[in-house]
Each structure stands twice: as structure tokens, then as C-alpha cells.
Design a protein around this ligand. Structure first.
Ligand code: SF4
Length: 125
């Protein structure tokens, strides 16, 4: 996992068992343009025992930051490919990324199925 662009305050909010990406010295090129690098509001990762209403409000605020970020596409793809299990990345919450990944897997399975069917038809014809 690459170091996230989120500020140290957000990274510090991630429990130790999830890893502390801040400790890693790898940095993706797009990190330098990340709007959240200097964000100090703790928007991107949940503090422990965060009430639902507070989480929803925090996530919406994080998404507003992402919406004006020039590297949102790169960030989102990174979070989907890792996959990053926690936090808001590329304007998506962890739950939203799981939905996107499930849709991608379903689409890939359908494409493979279509390719197999097409191959069988071509071989028979
Ligand atoms: S898209 Fe959001 S989480 Fe990703 S780098 Fe930009 S501000 Fe940070």
C-alpha cells in the first residue's frame, strides 16, 4: 500500500492494526497534487466510536474536498486497486468502493462468460 496523501492527522486516526501508512516512505507521484495533503480537519478517516450522523457529515465534507482535487481519478483508482479498506479516497467511502469493486467483478465475469459463449459458437460454426 502506498502512503496516502491525507494529512498526518487523518493517518493518525487509523488504528495501528490497520497499518500506519505514514510510516512508509513510498509516495505516488499524484500525492504531490493531493488537496488533502494539508487538511487538518481529520476528515478522511474515522475516529474510533464515531456516531453515524457524525460519520456521514465527516464523509460528505471529505467528499467535497475530493471534488476539487486534481488527482481524484488517480486516487480513486489507487484505492480500488489496493484495495484501501478504510477512509475516504477519491471521493468514495470504503462502503462505496466495495460496491464499485463488486460491480467490476460482476462485469468481468459477464465479459468472460460472453467470451466463452462466443468462442463456442465460433468453434461450432
Ligand atoms: S481525491 Fe480526495 S482523498 Fe484523494 S488525494 Fe484528492 S483530496 Fe485526497
Amino acid at each position: 500500500m502506498l502512503q496516502p496523501p491525507h494529512s498526518s492527522l487523518q493517518v493518525a486516526a487509523v488504528p495501528a492494526q490497520r497499518g500506519t501508512p505514514r510510516d512508509r516512505d513510498q509516495e505516488a507521484p499524484w500525492h504531490t497534487e493531493a488537496v488533502c495533503r494539508r487538511d487538518e480537519a481529520g476528515l478522511f478517516f474515522a475516529p474510533s466510536k464515531e456516531p453515524t450522523a457524525a460519520r456521514l457529515s465527516r464523509e460528505e465534507a471529505a467528499k467535497r474536498v475530493c471534488a476539487r482535487c486534481p488527482v481524484m481519478v488517480e486516487c480513486r483508482e489507487h484505492a480500488l486497486l489496493q484495495p484501501e479498506p478504510y477512509g475516504v479516497w477519491g471521493g468514495l467511502t470504503a462502503a462505496e468502493r466495495r460496491v464499485v469493486l463488486a460491480r467490476r467483478r460482476r462485469r468481468e465475469m459477464e465479459l468472460k462468460k460472453t467470451a466463452r459463449t462466443t468462442g463456442r459458437i465460433a468453434a461450432a460454426g
